[in-house]
Design a protein around this ligand. Structure first.
Ligand code: HEM
Length: 185
């Protein structure tokens, strides 16, 4: 059964769906975030914007955990970049930074809400409890990190996209198309 998941050069559909689902949620969260903080109190989205933002943020966290577990379980595909080459190292560093920043932004978001003592409501479905109350200075620090960290993450995402396009158009390898689901590439 394991052999059917990720074999040779093909990525399994679960790997692909998790990748694009996470990518989409990160982008939605970023643009929703910068839009919602400028809404005024009388806007109908004043409460609904953060309601969706927090719900999607927790769903993203769940997908990241799922992806992390899947990385261990799935059969590894043949690497397209020569192991140990500068490109393979840079790619590993980029993946680490993307994940690291995304986790930190989610965590600071969680503490920005729960640091005031309230839980994080996830689509009126369940609520994550507050773990600790935080002082004003720490809340300010987390708020700043959440905001500037999100812009930094967008910079990383842009570089990640540029690297994928370079592989496709200049190196003409299958790094991008196998993540798009092409079989036998
Ligand atoms: C990768 C995931 C996330 C991204 C990219 C993201 C991005 C953003 C951005 C860009 C802003 C606007 C910041 C500003 O301009 O001041 C924002 C605000 C906010 N985010 Fe997130 N966010 C994420 C996850 C979360 C999560 C998981 C939560 C809570 C559980 C959360 C809670 C909030 C709150 C409460 C605000 C409003 C802050 C304010 O009113 O100043 N975010 N987010």
């Amino acid at each position: 059964m394991r052999q059917k998941m990720d074999k040779k050069t093909d990525l399994s559909w679960l790997t692909i769906i998790l990748h694009w689902g996470i990518a989409l949620l990160v982008l939605v969260l970023f643009f929703l975030g910068i839009w919602m903080v400028d809404l005024n109190y009388y806007d109908p989205w004043y409460y609904d914007g953060p309601w969706w933002h927090k719900g999607f943020g927790v769903v993203l966290f769940g997908l990241l955990i799922w992806q992390g577990c899947w990385q261990f379980y799935r059969v590894k595909v043949v690497p397209l970049l020569a192991p140990g080459s500068w490109q393979a190292r840079l790619s590993a560093l980029m993946h680490f930074l993307l994940l690291f920043m995304t986790y930190l932004i989610i965590l600071t978001g969680y503490f920005m809400v729960t640091g005031l003592g309230q839980g994080v409501i996830v689509f009126d479905w369940f609520s994550l409890p507050a773990l600790m109350l935080l002082g004003d200075n720490v809340m300010q620090l987390f708020g700043d990190f959440h905001c500037y960290g999100a812009y930094f993450l967008m910079g990383l995402v842009s570089l990640h996209i540029l690297a994928a396009l370079k592989h496709h158009f200049f190196d003409k390898d299958s790094v991008l198309i196998r993540m798009l689901g092409k079989r036998g590439s």
